[in-house]
Design a protein around this ligand. Structure first.
Ligand code: ATP
Length: 233
C-alpha cells in the first residue's frame, strides 16, 4: 500500500533522512521506532507532502506521491495525525472534527461524525466544548477523530501515546488495535517501543537517518541491540 524507497530529507544544510526504505501493506500495523530527534516527525512530514523529499520515492497504491500536494495525498486516503495534538484550541470539538473532512463535502460529514462519535463516545459528550480545555487524552482522541473524518485507508499516527498516563496509554493502544481490526492500515510512529511492538505486525527502527533494524515485531523485540539500546536490558 505504502512503499518508500531511498527516501532522503533534511533542512538547509542538514540531512536528517539518508535513504529510508520501508513499506506498509493493507491491513497492517507497522511500527516505526527511533530515539528522540532521529527524524520521525521529518519522515511523517515528507510522507504527508508537507516537507519535500530530497531523494527517493514514495508510492501509495502504486502511484508516486512524493511530488504531489498534501491535499491530494489526503484525498487519496493517506492521513497523518500529527504529534502534540495539533488541534485548534479555540474551536469546539465539533468544529475541529468537521475540519477533518472539509474536502469530503457535506454528504459524508454527518456519517463520518457519527462513526467518530461511536469510536469516541467521550467526544460526543463534549461536542461544543473548546478543544483547548479537553484533557490530554481527550485531545489525543480528538486528533485521531479528526484524522478519521478524512476517511483514511492508511493512518499515520505520530506518537499517539505521548504525554498520556499509563492507563490512557493502554486505552490508546487498544483503540489503535481496534481501528486496525476494522480494516484500517496503521503506521505507528512511536517512542514507546514495548507497547508498539506488542500491537504491530512488523517494525522498523531508524538510526542515523537509515533503517537500522527491521522485521516482524516479534523478531525486532527479540533483537539484542534493540533490547540494550531502547529497553536498557
Ligand atoms: P522527537 O521524537 O524528539 O520528536 P523526531 O524523531 O520526530 O524527534 P524530528 O523532529 O524529525 O525528530 O527532527 C530530526 C532532526 O531534524 C532534529 O535534529 C531536529 O533538530 C531537526 N529539525 C527538525 N525540524 C527542523 C527544521 N524546521 N529546521 C532545521 N532542523 C530541523
Amino acid at each position: 500500500m505504502l512503499e518508500v524507497e531511498g527516501l532522503e530529507a533534511g533542512y538547509g544544510g542538514t540531512t536528517v533522512l539518508r535513504g529510508i526504505d520501508l513499506r506498509v501493506d493493507a491491513g497492517e500495523i507497522v511500527a516505526v521506532l527511533g530515539a528522540n530527534g532521529v527524524g520521525k516527525t521529518t519522515l511523517n512530514n515528507v510522507l504527508s507532502g508537507v516537507l519535500p523529499a530530497r531523494g527517493g520515492t514514495i508510492r501509495f497504491d502504486g502511484t508516486r506521491i512524493d511530488r504531489l500536494p498534501d491535499k491530494t495525498i489526503v484525498a487519496a486516503g493517506l492521513i497523518h495525525v500529527p504529534e502534540g495534538r495539533k488541534i485548534f484550541p479555540t474551536m469546539s470539538v465539533r468544529e475541529n472534527l468537521e475540519l477533518g473532512c472539509y474536502r469530503r463535502g457535506r454528504a459524508n460529514r454527518d456519517a463520518n461524525l457519527k462513526r467518530v462519535f461511536t469510536t469516541f463516545p467521550r467526544l460526543r459528550e463534549r461536542t461544543s466544548q473548546l478543544a483547548g480545555t479537553l484533557s490530554g487524552g481527550e485531545q489525543q482522541m480528538l486528533a485521531i477523530g479528526r484524522g478519521l473524518m478524512g476517511e483514511p485507508r492508511l493512518l499515520i499516527l505520530d506518537e499517539p501515546s505521548l504525554g498520556l498516563s499509563p492507563l490512557l496509554v493502554e486505552e490508546m493502544f487498544a483503540l489503535i488495535r481496534r481501528l486496525n481490526q476494522e480494516g484500517l492500515a496503521i503506521m505507528l510512529v512511536e517512542q514507546n517501543v514495548v507497547q508498539s511492538l506488542e500491537i504491530a505486525a512488523r517494525a522498523y527502527v531508524i538510526e542515523n537517518g537509515v533503517v537500522a533494524l527491521s522485521g516482524t515485531a516479534r523478531d525486532v523485540a527479540a533483537d539484542p541491540d534493540l533490547r540494550r539500546v531502547y529497553l536498557g536490558l
